[in-house]
Design a protein around this ligand. Structure first.
Ligand SMILES: [Zn+2]
Length: 194
């Protein structure tokens, strides 16, 4: 039987039991998988200032597994969470508090997202799509859809910046449309999702 995600994380953190290490020695599939996990864990450990606890590492790792660096079904890109960190309230951009900073990879593009909880005024989702290796091709729209299918649309300016405010806590999907580029984040959680 191949190793579980938990075992891979343990191995990447050099605290796995001997039998897990022995399995990797003789299983090429798990060896390749482990290399991927080591890259993820290394990325996470490089987060500035943010000391991730074990639960957070596991959460991000499972997100990575679920939404790996791959194209979505319509020829766009799936946003893969590269890193996430809690931000101090004073680290706001343009005077906003930032509760969480996220960095996604989406094919050749990078998306930076700030999630901020403004209490009764709801959450703001603010950020920027960076062109990366391929140009984005102008302005676009960000559509954030709640569990009932209600969408909120925000424009993406020519710098790739977007800002969406007043979202209640919950589970959302997000889609960035820019020119002919589509990027999906199938699970955008604001708060604990309830
Ligand atoms: Zn195996």
């Amino acid at each position: 039987m191949h190793l579980t995600d938990t075992k891979f994380v343990d191995l990447a953190l050099h605290r796995a039991e001997a039998d897990a290490a022995a399995h990797v020695e003789r299983c090429q599939a798990c060896k390749v998988e482990l290399e991927r996990w080591v890259r993820v864990v290394t990325e996470l450990q490089e987060l500035e200032r943010a000391a991730l606890d074990e639960a957070e590492v596991h959460r991000l790792s499972s997100l990575f597994t679920a939404y790996g660096p791959t194209r979505n079904q319509v020829g766009g890109w799936l946003a893969t969470l590269l890193r996430s960190s809690a931000a101090p309230a004073t680290a706001g951009v343009r005077g906003r508090s930032a509760n969480e900073l996220r960095e996604y990879q989406a094919g050749p593009h990078v998306i930076l997202v700030q999630l901020a909880d403004n209490g009764r005024q709801g959450w703001t989702v603010h950020g920027q799509v960076l062109a990366g290796e391929a140009p984005l091709g102008g302005e676009g729209d960000l559509v954030i859809t709640d569990a009932k299918g209600h969408g909120t649309t925000a424009s993406i300016d020519s710098d790739g910046e977007f800002h969406c405010a007043g979202l209640p806590s919950g589970r959302y999907t997000a889609t960035w449309w820019i020119g002919s580029t589509r990027i999906d984040e199938p699970e955008l959680m604001l708060g604990d999702g309830v």
